[in-house]
Ligand binder design. Sequence first.
Ligand SMILES: Cc1cc2nc3c(=O)[nH]c(=O)nc-3n(C[C@H](O)[C@H](O)[C@H](O)COP(=O)(O)OP(=O)(O)OC[C@H]3O[C@@H](n4cnc5c(N)ncnc54)[C@H](O)[C@@H]3O)c2cc1C
Ligand SMILES: NC(=O)c1ccc[n+]([C@@H]2O[C@H](COP(=O)([O-])OP(=O)(O)OC[C@H]3O[C@@H](n4cnc5c(N)ncnc54)[C@H](O)[C@@H]3O)[C@@H](O)[C@H]2O)c1
Length: 470
Amino acid sequence: MSKEGESPEFDVDLFVIGGGSGGIRAARVAAGHGARVMLAEESRLGGTCVIRGCVPKKLFVYASRFADALDEAANFGWKISLPRFDWPSLVAAKDREIARLEGLYAQGQSEAGVEVVHSRAMLEDAHTVRLADGRSLRADIILIATGAKPELPPFEGIELGITSDAAFDLKEFPRRLVIGGAGYIAMEFAGLFDALGSDVTVVCRGSNVLRGFDEDMRQAITASYTNRGIKVLLGDSIKRLASGKVGGGGQRPAAIDVVTEQGARLTADQVLLAFGRTPNTIGLGLERAGVKTDEKGAIIVDASSRTSVPNIFAVGDVSNQFKLTPVAIREGHAFADSVFGDKPWRVDYANVPTSVFSSPEIGTVGLTELEARAGYAVVDVYKARVRPLAAGVTGNCETALLKLVVDGESDRILGTHLFAEDASEMIQALSIALASGATRAGFMSTMAVHPTFSEELLAMQTPTIRYDRR
Ligand SMILES: Cc1cc2nc3c(=O)[nH]c(=O)nc-3n(C[C@H](O)[C@H](O)[C@H](O)COP(=O)(O)OP(=O)(O)OC[C@H]3O[C@@H](n4cnc5c(N)ncnc54)[C@H](O)[C@@H]3O)c2cc1C
Ligand SMILES: NC(=O)c1ccc[n+]([C@@H]2O[C@H](COP(=O)([O-])OP(=O)(O)OC[C@H]3O[C@@H](n4cnc5c(N)ncnc54)[C@H](O)[C@@H]3O)[C@@H](O)[C@H]2O)c1
């Protein structure tokens, strides 16, 4: 479409609203193709993933894993005297790393020739963007990459709860933590706060946690968490929150009383609300430009990330697609190559791998057992429970669960689901196999690496169960 110098009536060829995963990638790649690009970010460059999502979360997960490692170290001959965890030191270390990454993103944009403005932006019409200082800019193409924010269903006392945004910067470590919701954020924060020393309760509205994941993975993580002492209330949800007693002789903030729909009464230092995320489309001027949204407020896009207005595109969490960083990045890249680089391509949403960074982790790619049974006549399911080698020495009774879902007619692997240490790393490699059309015979012909968990994937000789509706 537009290239530098071809659109003199516009101030820029591309205006990107939002400097998160999708916006940053799109801006840099478009500028690399010669486009004049401006990007507006109202908060910190890097967006949710870098500032208050994947990155700080993973740093906290790393911190939490020392708990088990320190516990088990004595079994391997280490003499460690009374380790003590200091929450403010972790928060400070996380802040330093995020500031460093933010700086790298700013540098990357500047080196690519993208002009970054630190301002809120909104649409005035299909080609005009207004900044908070009142300036208006005309753009040939506009990309909306404003992400999403925590969803907050109304209930009494909700203002006493916090979202994941605030959980990263708590002044005091919560000794008692109640979590509402049982999706990615709930399960990741439950695991890491438990390991760091909180007494954690997860309140899950559904019949089990992590709706949409393979049933065996859902059961495995619930059993594992329960075994560790995390309380998981199934089929229940938070009804109301109220201010409780002030602790420590008036020195500590008030506790929070939690009442659930099923009548449970809990006391917490913090209540984390993790009920999903809603697209950042309110107050963006979409209606003025004619951009259509769905019933959840997500921008409706086609396979090329184009909205209902031909020169306006949307990528990442703000659109009606997956809410994952690699998806936002790839959408931003495909958009920039296609519109500014004469290299049109589309994101392939089949076999998007994903992980829950619990300990052990869940790694999953492809169809769940139920999805496969709905779409295929013959489905073979292979499952293996594996006891880690180290468990023989530590006595830890946690087992890993490996699962393959296979098309019984073609032998093609339809889905792989792991509940295991480093499952996120394994699933990345397995997603390459799935995308390349791997078969179980192909798995069986691969030489194992010993001693590992994943060698069990090559050792499952006969299906645990076969579903045949021919
Ligand atoms: C706690 C947590 C953990 C997560 N962990 C993972 C993980 O491990 N792996 C994974 O793949 N995904 C994870 N995610 C999801 C991931 O962070 C998002 O999918 C990803 O950041 C989406 O990128 P985006 O570019 O669409 O939006 P964002 O990264 O949210 O960026 C949008 C940006 O737009 C800015 N903005 C909004 N409105 C305006 C406006 N009007 N003007 C100017 N700027 C504006 C915002 O300030 C923000 O910086 C996690 C999310 C959370 C909350
Ligand atoms: N590891 C990762 O890749 C990762 C980590 C964190 C977040 N994310 C992304 O961020 C998104 C948001 O995470 P999330 O955990 O907030 O959302 P989620 O969609 O994963 O889970 C939301 C949970 O809230 C529950 N819920 C929704 N409304 C409710 C209500 N009114 N009352 C009680 N329960 C309710 C749902 O049943 C579900 O358990 C995820 O969908 C994911 O795409 C990814």
